[in-house]
Design a protein around this ligand. Structure first.
Ligand code: GRF
Length: 197
């Protein structure tokens, strides 16, 4: 299946999918980011995968950027879109085209601690257990149907960085497993809503 990955940062989740590509029917055919100068773009280049940055600053408003993002992703003709550390909310134009076959990974046990600082918020709250969630993207923020979750115990000495790194280990494995399962169960035809097993 043709998979497009959206990223905004170091791209370690992207790397997990690039490493898996070729097996379990996953072909990462494109990487789309909302910024330049990030390691995710270097990882795509090193893997020989086409990468495009779609910058908000290049568009008159957020709706125009959202439409440009959708058009850029559509150019890769994806069966499945994976938001892996993408730090923008996907808007109506994007969801009109790719809703139902876009998944996101979040470093907390949704619905707890949604948003851009899930790890920091969980740590600040003082939870003993947090974790990671892979979910279908809907028109909310981190609110779509849950596909996979796994708990991560918080260590008393954890900082946001140490906890986030341990969560990302879980995210990387869960993301690859979830994408492989979606590919096996029929996300291979462009336009068909992904059948969730
Ligand atoms: C992941 O924990 C993701 O859930 C969050 O940001 C992190 C991205 O990590 N939104 P990377 O850029 O893939 O290393």
């Amino acid at each position: 299946a043709r998979v497009v990955v959206l990223a905004s940062g170091s791209g370690s989740l992207l790397q997990a999918l690039l490493d898996e590509a070729g097996t379990s029917g996953i072909a990462v055919v494109g990487v789309v980011t909302d910024r330049t100068g990030i390691a995710a773009l270097d990882r795509a280049r090193a893997a020989g995968t086409e990468a495009v940055a779609v910058l908000v600053s290049d568009h008159p408003d957020r709706a125009a950027w959202d439409a440009a993002l959708a058009a850029t992703v559509a150019g890769f003709e994806p069966d499945l879109v994976v938001s892996a550390g993408f730090m923008k909310v996907l808007g109506p134009a994007f969801l009109a085209r790719f809703g139902g076959r876009t998944i996101n990974t979040h470093p907390a046990l949704l619905p707890a601690f949604p948003g851009a600082h899930g790890v920091r918020d969980a740590l600040a709250y003082g939870v003993k257990v947090t974790g990671a969630t892979v979910h279908l993207v809907d028109d909310g923020v981190d609110t779509g149907p849950v596909l996979a979750q796994e708990a991560v115990v918080v260590d008393p000495d954890d900082t946001e960085e140490t906890l986030h790194e341990r969560i990302k280990v879980v995210e990387r494995r869960m993301l690859v497993e979830t994408v492989a399962a979606l590919v096996r169960h029929g996300a291979t035809t462009t336009g068909r809503t992904v059948r969730i097993p």
